[in-house]
Write a protein that binds this ligand. Structure first.
Ligand code: SAH
Length: 209
């Protein structure tokens, strides 16, 4: 699967290839779906939510340009798979904070991350991630893995100057992967990229439930 992603051109950097080769995706799936872990497709994880397709994880992770030692915020923990990839990339000096709004998925992802050995570098928080997670801010990187109607203001505020955010922005049916760069002088640059389809971000700055 990793070779295919490299062939497709979505996996480009040695570091992301290594991280994706190392994290066993089957550990982040319900037992009955583990046999499909290495198909490049999103899969259901319950509560109407999905684990993203590997090519989407690869693409977003490449765009995020995570460095060793970074403090990363993820909005939308889901299975915990993306958080585990980020944990590989930040190393021992870094940390990943990930916010999930569905209580049962907070439990599910914690168990998965524990089994895979990443709970030391990842903190799973139950809450509305469209508000970010002020307590541990500012972040070097922010990744949102649910579809947002707009770029939530609190997330821009919680990004460190020089930081970067990757977020799917659009309507409920189609979004575009958007990269937000905050300059050292705190000016913000937005670049709209590849079309994509995510489950909706809910909460205060998402699609209201
Ligand atoms: N990154 C995940 C996939 C995310 S699916 C993985 O690797 O498996 C999107 C997730 O975002 C869902 O679990 C959904 O419950 C969550 N979500 C939606 N709105 C949210 C919000 N406002 N705050 C936190 N999580 C949210």
């Amino acid at each position: 699967m990793i070779k295919d992603l490299v062939g497709m051109g979505v996996l480009r950097s040695e570091r992301v290839v290594r991280a994706m080769s190392k994290v066993p995706r089957e550990l982040f799936l319900p037992p009955e779906l583990r046999k499909y872990a290495y198909l490049d497709t999103p899969l259901p994880i319950g509560f109407g939510q999905t684990i993203s397709a590997p090519h989407m994880v690869a693409l977003m992770t490449e765009l995020l340009e995570v460095q060793v030692g970074n403090k990363v915020l993820e909005v939308g923990t889901g299975s915990g798979y993306q958080a585990a990839i980020l944990a590989e990339l930040v190393g021992d000096e870094g940390h990943v904070y990930t916010v999930e709004i569905v209580k049962e998925l907070v439990e599910f992802s914690r168990e998965n991350l524990m089994r895979a050995g990443y709970l030391g570098r990842v903190t799973v928080i139950h809450g509305d991630g469209s508000l970010g997670y002020e307590a541990a801010s500012p972040y070097d990187r922010i990744i949102v893995t649910a579809a947002a109607p707009d770029i939530p203001n609190p997330l821009v505020s919680q990004l460190r100057p020089g930081g970067r955010m990757v977020i799917p922005v659009g309507d409920a049916y189609l979004q575009h992967l958007t990269v937000v760069r905050k300059d050292v002088d705190s000016s913000v640059e937005v670049e709209v990229g590849t079309p994509c389809v995510f489950v909706p971000l809910v909460g205060r700055y998402g699609w209201r439930e």
